[in-house]
Ligand binder design. Structure first.
Ligand code: UD1
Length: 361
């Protein structure tokens, strides 16, 4: 059997999800793979360095869409990806996660009647004010193969009327990458490397937290205060950096370090040794759960409830007082215990490859 598979990635969190699937499929003779990068993320430290560290091949095609409003970005991906899909005629297109590139490529495939598989299907925050939630809902409605990371995903999809035979519980591909590359962090020295357990790590980039100046001023004030008790390292996403410049923020403490986005391995090194992590990222909630590092998520909800039910994650919302209280508890040695969810075992990519291999094209 000859099967032609096309992978679509665009933004930073897609890269660590595609890598294990491409590796697993590479071991099947008869599968040919093409990698399309939409160019949604284009800075070297948001894209290129990830390709290198994850061992991803250079993209075969780059759509170079860059930044625009959600409508403009999504429309450009749709127009440019349609040409690629028509020229390549793949048997299956795989899309990852919940970014604009994911929904744009899935929609193109649905219209061209090309089967599409969604890796990380079924996650729901039930918060339609988040662009990612819209992307998840629409992608799952048009996908033919839905690969879920946890059982809650299966329940959500069935409730939305997705045929059960399309849904495959495979586990978490992001954790595949973490497990494979964790040994490489043993001797690594990121640009900032405090002693283990002596610092907190911060990432924030959700529009709800960083786009409104009043909210960002409040959050930065709280973090500045926390850094008096626990040194903080804040790795700053490009959208957050722009907004911090707009509000003219500067830390009052030398113990509050602001740095550019880090490579995958540097960030993972800092994560595994952190006393705690403060974030609004989806992937970081999962990685901290696997690593057993306390995670305080600055969101009112999560599409990854398993990280709260089983893992080390606590939702603190935008409540500064709650955040300070949870930090104090962790510093007092009262961290919430956590367990690794089922099937977060490093073999999700292999399970996806097996399902695809048995799919009737
Ligand atoms: C996107 C995803 C989000 C994901 C995040 C991870 C959507 C809807 N959102 O959000 O789910 O968690 O990626 O990082 O797809 N920029 C640069 N360089 C880059 C990329 C972006 O400077 O390489 C700037 C853009 O010009 C823009 C801002 O960062 O001002 C936001 O980029 P955008 O792609 O719109 O979304 P993210 O916030 O990165």
């Amino acid at each position: 059997m000859q099967v032609k598979i096309l992978h679509v990635v665009g933004a930073r969190p897609n890269f660590m999800k595609a890598a294990p699937v491409m590796r697993a499929l590479a071991s099947h003779a008869g599968v040919s793979q093409t990698l399309v990068h939409t160019g949604q993320h284009y800075d070297a430290n948001m894209s290129e360095i990830f390709f290198r560290q994850l061992g991803l091949p250079a993209p075969d095609v780059n759509l170079e869409v860059g930044f625009g409003s959600h409508a403009v970005q999504t429309a450009h991906i749709i127009m440019r990806f349609e040409e690629v899909a028509l020229a390549q005629q793949p048997d299956l297109v795989l899309v990852y996660g919940d970014v604009n590139s994911t929904v744009a490529a899935a929609l193109v495939c649905a219209k061209l009647k090309i089967p599409v598989g969604h890796v990380e299907a079924g996650l729901r925050s039930f918060d339609r004010s988040m662009p990612e939630e819209i992307n998840r809902l629409l992608t799952d409605q048009v996908a033919d193969l839905l690969f879920t990371p946890s059982a809650d995903g299966n329940e959500n999809l069935k409730r939305e009327g997705v045929a059960p035979e399309k849904i495959h519980l495979v586990g978490n591909v992001m954790i595949d990458t973490l497990i494979r590359l964790l040994p490489e962090t043993e001797k690594r020295r990121p640009p900032v490397m405090p002693a283990p357990q002596s610092y907190g790590l911060v990432t924030l980039h959700r529009p709800a937290n960083v786009d409104a100046p009043e909210m960002l001023v409040k959050i930065m004030g709280t973090l500045d205060e926390i850094s008096r008790r626990l040194p903080l390292i804040f790795t700053i996403h490009p959208r957050t950096r722009q907004n911090l410049q707009n509000i003219g923020f500067a830390p009052s403490q030398a113990s509050f370090t602001l740095i550019d986005p880090l490579s995958y391995l540097d960030f993972l090194t800092l994560q595994r040794h952190a006393k705690l992590v403060i974030t609004d990222s989806g992937g970081v909630q999962e990685e901290t759960t696997y690593l057993g590092v306390p995670c305080l998520t600055m969101r009112p909800n999560t599409e990854r409830p398993v990280t709260v039910e089983l893992g080390t994650n606590i939702l603190v919302g935008a409540d500064g007082a709650r955040l300070k209280m949870e930090v104090a508890r962790i510093l007092a040695g009262e961290s919430k215990p956590g367990a690794v969810p089922p099937l977060w075992d490093g073999n999700a990519g292999e399970r996806i490859a097996a399902v695809i291999w048995n799919f009737r094209f």
